[in-house]
Write a protein that binds this ligand. Structure first.
Ligand code: UDP
Length: 330
């Protein structure tokens, strides 16, 4: 039997990274989780070695790649709050842009040439068409999207010059939790809609505030494409296999193609939990587009990817079970 490949997963102790590690291990890879634990949790590293480190230290990253005999990298580690990126762009250019260049530097030195890079629909900016096609123009409207696009452009040019091989999934709203309940979303502070609504349903918050009720959407609240974190993990695994089998470099959207309004998501949590969710209506959150929905045709056509959990109530149910399980003592 050939030796399993070691895959470095930056941000492997984080939300999407840890779910992807589980899927990598299930597919016979050894995920090596590299994380500075600024957002990640050591308890979420269950499927391979943990390396505590920071991408700002290029020597350490290079040594890690060599010591662990890494064959490919999946790069999740990043700051990902749009609002914060507007107020503190230097943090985003340093942690997302400069640190990604460090990772690329170390990869080239260690001759690791295969990269799956977590990108985002925020690279598109305000969409011209909904659903957003894979080849939509990229004009980011905030530093978060700008830094992600910067890395996409860097890997494009590095591919031509240094033979780097890459895939860049651009995802929409990551949501839900491991269907087996082993891991889930745990951010501090939490800013994402589904966990906040769940916390309101559990009485851990007084209410959910709806950010804007005057959008030009059917019920006036903002519409997003919520895609299950395990489906995102599947796509990363699929992209890695595709590259290792010789596939062309590729950027692609990841979403279900179904948009849901804030009110619909609240309705879903109420159905799933059987509880009433206290809510308040507030102003729009600056920088929020009215509607973001993916056209994920390329992922389907090239990778054969289909979301296993496209239904909003199923997504919410996995998240609900995870949050409820965190309520009880171990
Ligand atoms: N949202 C909201 N109340 C909250 C948090 C989020 O109404 O407390 C809305 C937000 O304005 C957006 C949607 O829910 O339209 C999803 O927000 P989230 O922060 O989860 O993801 P984003 O789309 O910003 O990446």
């Amino acid at each position: 039997m050939p030796k399993p490949m070691n895959v470095l997963v930056t941000g492997g102790a984080g939300y999407i990274g840890s779910h992807t590690c589980k899927l990598l291990a299930g597919a016979g890879y050894i995920p090596v989780a590299f994380d500075n634990l600024s957002f990640g949790h050591e308890w979420a590293v269950k499927w391979g070695p943990f390396v505590s480190g920071d991408l700002s230290d290029v020597d350490f990253v290079r040594n890690t790649l060599r010591e662990h005999e890494i064959g490919a990298v999946i790069h999740f580690a990043a700051n990902a709050y749009v609002g914060e990126s507007m107020e503190n762009p230097r943090k985003y250019f340093r942690n997302n842009a400069a640190n990604s260049l460090n990772l690329l530097e170390a990869m080239l030195d260690a001759e690791v040439k295969t990269l799956v890079f977590s990108s985002t629909c925020a690279t598109y900016g305000i969409p011209e068409t909904i659903p957003i096609p894979d080849d939509h123009p990229q004009r980011p409207a905030n530093p978060y999207g700008e830094t992600k696009l910067f890395v996409e452009r860097a890997i494009h040019w590095y591919a031509g010059a240094y033979g780097l091989r890459w895939a860049a999934p651009r995802y929409f709203n990551a949501s839900g939790a491991d269907p087996d309940g082993e891991i889930g979303e745990d951010h501090d502070p939490e800013t994402h809609l589904i966990p906040i609504i769940i916390e309101a349903a559990l009485g851990k918050r007084p209410h959910i505030e709806i950010f804007g009720t005057d959008y030009g959407t059917p019920d006036g609240t903002a519409v997003r494409d919520y895609v299950h974190v395990t489906d995102l993990g599947d796509a990363h695994l699929g992209a890695l296999n595709y590259l290792l089998e010789g596939g062309e470099n590729l950027a692609f959207n990841l979403g279900t193609g179904q948009g849901h309004s804030v009110r619909e998501v609240i309705g879903s949590v109420e159905r799933v939990s059987g509880r009433e969710v206290p809510r308040r209506e507030g102003p729009r959150r600056p920088g929020d587009p009215p509607s973001l929905v993916a056209d994920a045709r390329r992922a389907e056509a090239v990778l054969g990817w289909h979301p296993r959990f496209p239904d909003l109530d199923v997504i919410v149910e996995t998240a609900w079970r995870w949050h409820e399980s965190q309520e009880k003592p171990e």
